[in-house]
Design a protein around this ligand. Structure first.
Ligand SMILES: NC(=O)c1ccc[n+]([C@@H]2O[C@H](COP(=O)([O-])OP(=O)(O)OC[C@H]3O[C@@H](n4cnc5c(N)ncnc54)[C@H](O)[C@@H]3O)[C@@H](O)[C@H]2O)c1
Ligand SMILES: [Zn+2]
Ligand SMILES: [Zn+2]
Length: 389
């Protein structure tokens, strides 16, 4: 079959690879009808996340039709139309039973590696690093879904691929980031990043009733999309983020701050970001935490910082004194996708939101290698790419 494979920094190829097959009685094979490129894929493309190997099949946002099931697969049958969450879940371990699906204790087959890197391994993830199991991803014609009974969301034929595809990642990711903020009707929510995740944070914050939603980025078409979703926007190239946020909150700071940027933050005119770039270049720091620093500084005391943005390793010069003395709460995590999808699917069916608003490009899978660059470099007004195998 054909698939998009990782071959090193800035090197994704449209390769021919062996078709996946059932390896365990709880597996299913899905024929992919649509898949997408996520901001997390860009961290692999830019090679900031360790543990990738040549030939790894990329992709963790995908959906399609079940074409084969293992003998112990009970809830899925051939012909079912499913979205596959990027977090692989056993559904039985202690964490799964608590709904903490992204830290499932059984689905990461490289648990020892994960334990060593993070103290405790996280769940297995599709198309991601070998620290998270090294499972082949869904930017491919077919994909093997381990623990298939619990790692799927059935979707009705009345909704298009474009309307439901993002249930596998960025919609629940934006949603969880906002739910973690415990939104009150009096809250100002400031969201750094107007990429696909930031867009779903904006829409979720509006749906969950925040008083004022502010979105920060520097890419004009992304800021326009956030404004269309109900946000006040700040262009960090043009204005001081801290001053504008103080102004919008009468000097008190936003109660809730969301980092939808992650470890590759950019910054203009800031000393700390020059420091990060220098340290990152000589590998003394893996991640650039400019947004985290800004959030800690500007957040209203007793506020919440929610971090869906991905970090991989070590950050430097984090003002922990401010975080502690201001009594801030820090909430993070890869998304517990399955925890949110029943509710979010219902909201799509009811017409509360149509997630397809974020798509700017739909192309064949063979154009994937090019589209990684277009998405990363924000060429051609690209915000979200959907690929059709
Ligand atoms: N927690 C999860 O489960 C999960 C799931 C999906 C994505 N993610 C992560 O969410 C993050 C965003 O993903 P995306 O798909 O939107 O990616 P993206 O790269 O398209 O978007 C990031 C945006 O941040 C902006 N940005 C850069 N520096 C900034 C700064 N200093 N201030 C404000 N904005 C800044 C960029 O211009 C860009 O528009 C990534 O780190 C991704 O890995 C996490
Ligand atoms: Zn993702
Ligand atoms: Zn589990």
């Amino acid at each position: 079959m054909k698939a998009l494979c990782w071959h090193g920094k800035n090197d994704i190829r449209y390769d021919t690879v062996p078709d996946p097959s059932i390896e365990d009685a709880r597996d299913a094979i899905v024929k992919v009808s649509s898949c997408a490129i996520c901001g997390s894929d860009l961290h692999l493309y830019d090679h900031f996340i360790p543990g990738m190997e040549h030939g790894d099949v990329m992709g963790h946002e995908f959906m399609g039709e079940v074409v084969e099931v293992g003998a112990d697969t009970k809830r899925l049958k051939v012909g079912d139309r499913v979205v596959v969450p990027f977090t692989i879940v056993c559904g039985e371990c202690e964490q799964c039973r608590r709904g903490n699906f992204s830290v499932c204790e059984r689905s990461n087959r490289n648990k020892a590696l994960g334990d060593k890197a993070f103290g405790h391994a996280t769940a297995g993830l599709f198309g991601y690093t070998h620290l998270t199991g090294g499972y082949a991803g869904g930017q491919a014609e077919y994909v093997r879904v381990p623990f298939a009974d619990t790692t799927h969301v059935k979707v009705p034929d009345s909704l298009s691929d474009e309307q439901v595809l993002f249930l596998g990642d960025i919609f629940p990711t934006g949603w969880q980031a906002v739910v973690q903020c415990d939104i009150q009707p009096t809250d100002t929510v400031a969201i750094w990043g107007a990429g696909p995740v930031g867009q779903f944070c904006v829409r979720s914050a509006v749906l969950l009733g925040a008083r004022q939603v502010v979105c920060i980025d520097r890419v004009p078409e992304r800021l326009s999309m956030a404004a269309a979703g109900g946000a006040i926007t700040i262009d960090f190239d043009e204005e001081s983020v801290l001053e504008r946020l103080e102004e919008l909150t009468h000097g008190k700071g936003p109660e809730k701050c969301i980092d939808a940027v992650g470890l590759e933050a950019h910054a203009t005119r800031s000393l700390d970001s020059m420091y990060d770039r220098a340290k990152q270049a000589v590998m003394l720091e893996t991640d650039r935490p400019h947004v985290l620093r800004e959030m800690i500084y500007v957040c209203r005391p007793a506020g919440v910082l929610s971090v869906p943005g991905v970090y991989g390793g070590l950050v430097d010069k984090l003002p922990f004194g401010a975080l502690m003395n201001k009594g801030l709460t820090l909430r993070t995590g890869q998304t517990h996708v399955r925890r949110w999808t029943d509710d979010l699917l219902r909201r799509i069916e009811e017409g509360q939101i149509d997630p397809s608003f974020v798509i700017t490009h739909t192309v064949g899978l063979e154009q994937g290698p090019d589209m990684y660059r277009v998405f990363r470099d924000k060429l051609d007004n690209c915000i979200k790419v959907v690929l059709k195998p």
